[in-house]
Design a protein around this ligand. Structure first.
Ligand SMILES: *Cc1c(COP(=O)(O)O)cnc(C)c1O
Length: 383
């Protein structure tokens, strides 16, 4: 049915009507006082979301631009870095680091498994010459639905003393706590189409003091993504280049909604919906792909053994107008992924679970107990 498609993919995510309407006006001059007021306001709101007093800079670009900016603003030619790789996004940061000629040591884990913090500890402790300049990791690995243990890995990075931590928090900011100042995270990147309840188009980079120190002597090539001018103009509530003016309108409105809900309530909602989704899949006999206890708060990957995951997705989309994400690379046809990130209410979870149950019936693999998934999800959502 036209205009009924419900997005339950891990980005773009659904957008509240008030956020859409905020964008539906003429752009205003980006050097005007009116726009400066919006930059000032959104800067404070972004600091609130990131739990930091430091800079959170806004780029016109997707999450990848934010992450690339983070990497190239704190590192120099030939620097040694460790990249964590346990999925599609971890893999991407290895590629970016190599594209800039960094000396990359990869610490990997099988897809579906979390990165092992001990492997980071060992590699960092072995580096007595303090050659490792950064550890680059993905917090919530969207391709597999795994949440990596950022807090512990970061503790090992801090013990090293020299290396910075560069975090892809694209599907964790706005879903679970990423306390930038309390944990001393140096670089944290995210994008608007994920936990922000906004359309795609903005990237965000939080930079700590140590990151700015490294920026002073970073010699990797950069111009548009040089964060120096962004910091300088942000101090005057402005931007170095023409910003995505209408997306700023959306940002202000979306963050206002988030502030009304409150950080703790937002995290609790994501956790509740994650647990409800997991319980539902288990109740209908569909195995979870992520290792137990390591699921992401924003995305649940499901591996329907003996069933084509793409067939499930197709029925859910064509009959029930709900878009689930498929598996990437070797997981295509093996997993489907349920996004529960951003502007998602409990009803969306119940509806998605019911649609998946309906698809199983249609594909000749009905759950042993009809409605067991919905019942399991409802029980968690009501608790
Ligand atoms: C979506 C996503 C990104 C950014 O992807 P873009 O398409 O560039 O916005 C990066 N990391 C993770 C974990 C993501 O889910």
């Amino acid at each position: 049915m036209k205009d009924k498609l419900q997005l339950m993919i891990p980005g773009p995510t659904p957008v509240p009507e008030s956020v859409l309407l905020a964008m539906a006006r003429h752009p205003i001059g980006h050097r005007s006082g009116e726009f400066q007021a919006i930059v000032k306001r959104t800067t404070e709101q972004l600091q609130w979301l990131h739990q930091t007093k430091g800079n959170v800079l806004v780029l016109a670009g997707s999450g990848t631009a934010a992450m690339e900016a983070g990497i190239i603003n704190v590192l120099s030619k030939g620097d040694r870095v460790i990249c964590g790789d346990n999925g599609k996004f971890g893999e991407r940061w290895v590629k970016v680091a190599k594209a800039y000629g960094l000396d990359v040591q990869v610490i990997s884990a099988e897809w579906g498994q979390p990165l092992d913090p001990e492997a980071f500890r060992a590699a960092l402790e072995a580096d007595t010459g303090k050659q490792i300049k950064a550890v680059i990791i993905t917090h919530s690995e969207t391709s597999t639905g795994v949440l990596n243990d950022l807090e512990t890995i970061n503790r090992h990075v801090k013990a090293h003393g020299e290396a910075l931590i560069v975090v892809d928090a694209v599907t964790s900011i706005g879903a679970t706590s990423v306390p930038v100042d309390a944990w001393g995270l140096d670089v944290v990147a995210s994008g608007s189409q994920k936990g922000y309840m906004m359309p795609p188009g903005l990237g965000f980079v939080a930079m700590g003091e140590r990151a700015w120190k490294a920026h002073e002597h970073s010699d990797l090539p950069k111009f548009y993504l040089n964060l120096g001018p962004y910091r300088k103009t942000a101090a005057k509530d402005s931007n170095p280049f023409t910003p995505a003016v209408n997306l700023y309108f959306a940002l202000e409105t979306a963050l206002e909604i988030m502030q009304k809900e409150g950080l703790e309530a937002i995290f609790a909602r994501h956790s509740r919906q994650q647990r409800a989704t997991q319980a539902a899949m288990q109740a209908i006999g569909l195995p979870l792909y992520a290792a137990p206890g390591h699921g992401s708060p924003s995305i649940t990957a499901v591996a329907p053994e003996g069933l084509d995951a793409e067939a499930v997705r197709k029925v859910v989309k064509n009959r029930y107008d709900i878009l689930l994400a498929g598996g990437q690379d070797h997981l295509k046809g093996k997993v489907f992924r349920i996004g529960h990130l951003g502007f998602v209410c409990d009803r969306d979870i119940l509806t998605a679970v019911a649609a998946i149950e309906g698809a199983l019936v249609e594909l000749g693999r009905p759950p042993a107990q009809p409605g067991a998934g919905v019942a399991a999800a409802a029980a968690v959502l009501q608790s």
